[in-house]
Design a protein around this ligand. Structure first.
Ligand code: GLN
Length: 555
């Protein structure tokens, strides 16, 4: 909703920088600022700047940079876009993730076209102009009141300098009242004395000033609540009013962060500083979700059997989607991350799955760990444990079924074994001959037609759904028949019916998998149906019910 009195007014720009360390929660602070503005009636969008040279996050190993987030329009982006979408219930376009690679690609292409004829092309102004143009493009396209821009990395990184220079210039061009710099930095606690140390934060503020940016507000990230004296010190050294320093301390769920920052007056401060006369904040809906999250009545334990189990950030959207599903049935979801290869080295290890209420096999690429994941899937199928497979998890469920239920020995995906006797999972025809790795998978939202009378239909309550994808392989049409003859039901297909999207086993309590990634559309209070269905099935199985009972939750 755009408030009337804001029409014809200028867009406000909030810039979030980070100090001391990366991964201090800038993404959550940015999302929380967005939420604080949204619940005061403002239209908001958020941009993530990633100063790396990759054009997008698509070719990065999740072990290095965490999960690759996928947008509706097929962008392969930084995982912070996921936080923005979840906190602010947005569907962002890929332009909201800006990288050095994109900027240089555009500037160099313009140079080759002769757009800068006669000029020496430089970081300032050509690169910085391109950065500003992209931030403003987001503002124009999304027609919002406020654009939040988060600069990835830490102040002082070489790669981040052109971006900080660009946002410094934006203050001059957009005006003081329309721009706000938020600096988020860590305040460590000394283990021995328990003392909170502000010196690293002070240094990062100095570094920011050296670049020409004086922060307007500081969010000190600390394990514990920071005492008043320490906050005063931060304000003094940072040359900002005391009421503009806030503390983001550890809370039991990240969805509480906007609440604790707003309690300290951050929402009000930002609105006043940007001259945004908002409504009274309406937190009731958000609080309802946080309460359901915080006060569960039951608990389920899920085994996530994956390849990137060592880094929780690899599965952040899946993790959140499972928890959103849990909150919808007042259930705490405990997730154990299990390296699939463990089951290959020691096959009897798979029996640990007995200690769980459900088995979850996530996305993945390449051969490593696939046999272990299939052992887990087989265990779930044969012991009738609730199972959810996503993307690679879907493909591996097909292979496991082909091998062990249809007797197709050696069945595999050509991704794992190009010479397999039974290539039940095959490269999609349009992928043949594709050499480039960047942005060439089947990406983004595509229509899926759901078959009536199936578990999928019960969960989605619709015959047509749009779900986000990121894959190159698919179920081989030559094997549909034999799989179905043995009891596998493909309950979701693409509109022309030549691409299998959802599978289920009707004779099991809950055995469900999808080629798409429902987790990218899951929101607090609006869980994704397949994740909700899985968690509810885990709960109902644990409670000894004969069948899972789903309440349809409108998205
Ligand atoms: N590797 C598989 C494919 O490309 C699955 C991808 C995924 O899990 N996102 O089709």
């Amino acid at each position: 909703m755009v408030l009337l009195w804001l029409e014809n007014e200028m867009v406000k720009f909030v810039f979030v920088t980070g100090g001391v360390l990366s991964s201090v929660g800038k993404g959550i602070v940015t999302s929380s600022i967005g939420k604080m503005l949204q619940i005061r009636g403002f239209n908001v969008t958020a941009v993530k700047i990633d100063p790396y040279v990759n054009v997008d996050a698509g070719t990065m190993n999740p072990y290095i940079h965490g999960e690759v987030y996928v947008t509706d329009d097929g962008g392969e982006t930084d995982l912070d876009l996921g936080w923005y979408e979840r906190f602010m219930n947005l569907n962002l376009p890929k332009e909201n993730n800006i990288t050095t690679g994109q900027i240089y690609e555009a500037v160099i292409s313009k140079e080759r076209q002769g757009e800068f004829l006669g000029k020496c092309v430089q970081i300032v102004p050509h690169v910085t102009d391109e950065i500003k143009r992209r931030i403003r493009f987001v503002a124009e396209r999304s027609k919002v009141d406020v654009v939040l821009t988060e600069c990835g990395g830490t102040v002082g990184d070489i790669e981040g300098l052109p971006f900080l220079e660009a946002i410094r210039q934006m203050r001059l061009e957009e005006g003081f009242e329309n721009t706000l710099y938020v600096h988020v930095a860590l305040v460590p606690i000394l283990e021995v004395t328990g003392e909170m140390k502000t010196k690293p934060l002070q240094h990062s503020v100095n570094e920011l000033r050296r670049i020409g940016i004086q922060p307007d507000t500081i969010v000190a990230r600390c394990r514990d609540k920071i005492d008043f004296e320490t906050l005063r010190k931060i304000a003094l050294f940072g040359t900002i009013p005391e009421k503009a320093v806030f503390c983001s301390y550890n809370v039991s769920s990240i969805y509480q962060v906007p609440l604790i920052l707003d309690e300290q007056g951050m929402g009000e401060y930002i609105c006043r500083r940007l001259n945004l006369p908002g409504q009274k904040p309406k937190w009731s809906e958000w609080k309802r979700f946080v309460d359901a999250f915080e006060n569960p009545r039951s608990e389920v334990k899920i085994a996530l059997v994956g390849k990137y189990a060592g880094l929780v950030d690899s599965y952040v959207s899946m993790n959140e989607a499972l928890r959103h599903g849990g909150a919808a049935c007042q259930t705490r979801v405990l997730i154990d991350y299990i390296e699939a290869e463990k089951f290959e080295k020691n096959p009897s290890e798979v029996n640990v799955l007995k200690n769980y209420d459900g088995v979850f096999v996530p996305y993945g690429f390449g051969p490593r760990g696939t046999e272990g994941k299939m052992k887990a899937i087989r265990f779930a199928r044969e012991n009738d444990m609730p199972f959810l497979g996503i993307c690679y998890g879907f493909q591996l469920a097909v292979i496991e079924f082909a091998r062990n239920a249809c007797g197709l020995d050696g069945a595999n995906s050509t991704e794992v074994n190009p010479d397999t006797k039974h290539p039940v999972i095959l490269l999609m025809p349009e992928q043949e001959g594709v050499k480039y790795k960047g942005a060439t998978m089947r990406l983004g939202a595509h229509k899926v037609v759901v078959k009536k009378g199936t578990l999928a239909y019960r969960l989605y309550g619709a015959e047509e759904i749009y779900e986000r994808h990121r894959h190159r392989w698919e179920v081989n049409p030559d094997y549909w028949k034999v799989l179905e003859e043995h009891g596998l039901v493909f309950s979701g297909k693409n509109p022309d019916g030549r691409r299998m999207e959802i599978l289920e086993l009707p004779n099991r309590f809950f055995f469900f998998a999808s080629q798409f990634h429902g987790e990218f559309k899951s929101r607090p209070g609006k869980p994704d149906p397949e994740y909700y269905g899985f968690v509810k099935a885990c709960l109902d199985r644990k409670l000894g019910k004969a069948k899972p009972e789903f309440k349809w939750i409108a998205r």
